[in-house]
Design a protein around this ligand. Sequence first.
Ligand code: NAP
Length: 301
Amino acid sequence: MAARRIDGTQAAAELRRALSVDVAAFAAEHGRPPGLATVLVGEDAASAVYVGAKQRACAEVGIRGFDHRLDADASRDEVLALLRELNADEAVDGILCQLPVPAHLDGVELTNVIAPQKDVDGLTIASAGRLALGLPGLRPCTPSGVMRLLEHVGTELEGAEAVVIGRSNLFGKPMAQLLVQADATVVIAHSKTVGLDEVCRRADVVVAAAGRPEMVRGSWIKPGATVIDVGINRRDPAPTDGSSALVGDVAHDEVAAHAAAITPVPGGVGPMTIAALLANTVEAARLQAGTPAAPRTGGAA
Ligand code: NAP
């Protein structure tokens, strides 16, 4: 069986097209587009690339981007003051403080200064609590992007057995909660899980986010399962034959021989994460303007 490729680049492009219509409608109604502020402290190269990609994606759908960059030695008070200013700014609907921040700052403290209604990364304690309680709120972007991909590929979640490999606050925990809300039966695996291969073999859906290159093998996969590869790892040494320098947590070709559908790396979860951030920004704008629309799957519901 050859697995269907879950094309995150295409699914994200479709979502962005739909969002540009929503953005234009919001702008027509409110006299301004939704606004997303990014805050980057320091010069971490990867973070600068991520922030740049987020700002470009905003521009593409018509969201107004506010790109705040602070020096690596910016003080705690300086960053807190900027975040509070953005909380009060009516042109800013969503705020994202790019992590990690330099060592003298506390990323958890900074994140939690963001007003919950502007928390488009879904990472504040308030947003995590709302998700845990099943209340409406803004959901973390990568898990909500995965939910959109599962919908895109038509994976039935009600009654399905799902395994999430990884229990981070950023991804694994919220991912498991979204799957439970979609009526899947969910196992959360982590580095102390015994017999992970056996655990995976039971699953109709495997979501791998351990940060371990090609850890999930073909023999772990139940025939016909859907496999979502969240891992982003750099090949070491870097390939010299022009193939991608990135590799996921799933041994792609082996697993594709058993699975019904699988995301590639790159071009799977990554593009959908940014599209989910844009969707959260539009949703945040509507909620603050008092004109919420039926959220697209994986969003604020
Ligand atoms: P993290 O905070 O390092 O968490 C990794 C999790 O994997 C931990 O819960 C850890 O278990 C578990 N783990 C590690 N080794 C394992 C093993 N051998 N077997 C089973 N579980 C194991 O990482 P993260 O932030 O969740 O990210 C995970 C991966 O996803 C990374 O590759 C990251 O780059 C990628 N990612 C991609 C996107 C995207 O947009 N595509 C977004 C976010 C993250 P313990 O808790 O026991 O240590």
